[in-house]
Design a protein around this ligand. Structure first.
Ligand SMILES: Nc1ncnc2c1ncn2[C@@H]1O[C@H](COP(=O)(O)OP(=O)(O)OP(=O)(O)O)[C@@H](O)[C@H]1O
Length: 315
């Protein structure tokens, strides 16, 4: 007999709008469907205001959805928290600066029925050497490790991290992700929100890209990389009758026009350039690889915005 386990996290048609008297409602999350399996490490990536925190808050039962449902291992978030199956490292909040690291972990452990030992969580969070330091004397990165240690206390199956490295310098970030690697390899499901493409690439198996409250891309790191690794081709060309339209050239996903040039974003620059040379009178063709940041901006750009596109990549 086979048993199927419910996913670690499941959003179905999830929406959240914030309303304030006299103001337009803010549609922070707009009907997202997402299924995250046990043991997956997923980066929730997106620009400011994409809806990442709102979605994670709903996963943690901190915010009630306006519509749709959230299930954590098949249960309501509150039940999953009470059972110690899900816990979170949030961006800020909740530490008392006069307590030591060790006292803080002991105080929070006393709130639970059942926890890992204080020694073990300090060890797993890389804080064993700082146990007697006052929290107020710890650096931003060390305080974030302490939040991580507190999240480990109930030995959760699903860990949610909202921009966990926001206050850290590069060395602390590296150390933090090394610790998280150990956590992930022990089979935990991990979901973390970030603005940083490199962080998502370096640590996640899967990237869920959000913009304007929607999921705009979802796939393995390799798949997202392939989607975003297009190049930019520019040419001096005014299409004349009988020539193909720029939009119809192979590989082309986006077209911009300036007075003299046509700028083509393409997922297959070889095929695009071949078509330009053989089927059109285009000249002065240049091909430039797009940076990952450029690609991230393209994937999350507002299609209704008329904001001018930067030409940095072609210079
Ligand atoms: N309590 C609230 N009341 C009104 N609007 C809110 C509230 N919380 C969030 N919003 C709005 O909802 C949208 C999504 O915000 P959210 O914090 O989820 O985005 P985010 O992707 O986490 O952004 P960031 O990366 O900047 O943290 C934003 O426009 C934000 O201003």
């Amino acid at each position: 007999m086979t048993t199927t386990h419910p996913p670690g996290l499941e959003f179905s048609g999830l929406t959240k709008s914030f309303t304030a008297p006299g103001a337009q409602p803010v549609r922070a999350v707009r009907g997202i469907d997402l299924r995250i399996g046990t043991g997956e490490v997923v980066a929730l990536l997106g620009p400011n205001g994409a809806g990442k925190t709102t979605a994670l808050d709903m996963a943690l039962g901190l915010t009630k959805p306006t519509g749709g449902t959230v299930a954590v291992f098949g249960d309501r978030p509150r039940k999953a928290i009470a059972d110690g199956r899900i816990s979170a490292v949030l961006q800020s909040g909740g530490l008392l600066s006069d307590l030591t690291v060790d006292e803080t972990v002991r105080a929070v452990a006393a709130l639970y029925k059942d926890t890992l030992s204080v020694g073990e969580v300090l060890d797993r969070a890389g804080l064993a050497g700082l146990a007697r330091r006052k929290v107020g004397r710890c650096s931003g990165g060390e305080q974030q490790r302490l939040r991580f240690a507190l999240a480990l206390l109930p030995d959760p199956d699903l860990l949610i991290l909202d921009e966990p490295t926001a206050a850290m310098d590069i060395a602390s970030r590296r150390e933090f992700w090394a610790t998280m690697h150990d956590e992930a390899s022990s089979g935990s499901t991990i979901i973390f929100a970030t603005h940083h493409m490199e962080e998502a690439e370096g640590f996640a198996d899967r990237i869920v890209l959000m913009a304007r409250g929607e999921i705009v891309a979802d796939g393995s790191v390799d798949r997202i990389r392939a989607m975003t690794s297009g190049s930019r081709t520019t040419a001096v060309w005014s299409p004349s009758p009988g020539e193909p339209a720029p939009e119809d050239l192979p590989g082309v996903t986006d077209v911009e026009r300036t007075a003299a040039r046509v700028l083509l974003t393409s997922t297959d620059s070889d095929a695009t350039a071949r078509a330009l040379f053989t089927r059109t009178a285009a000249r002065d063709v240049t091909i430039t690889a797009r940076s990952l940041d450029d690609a991230f901006l393209t994937l999350t750009a507002d299609p209704t915005s008329a904001a001018p596109t930067t030409l940095e990549a072609t210079r």
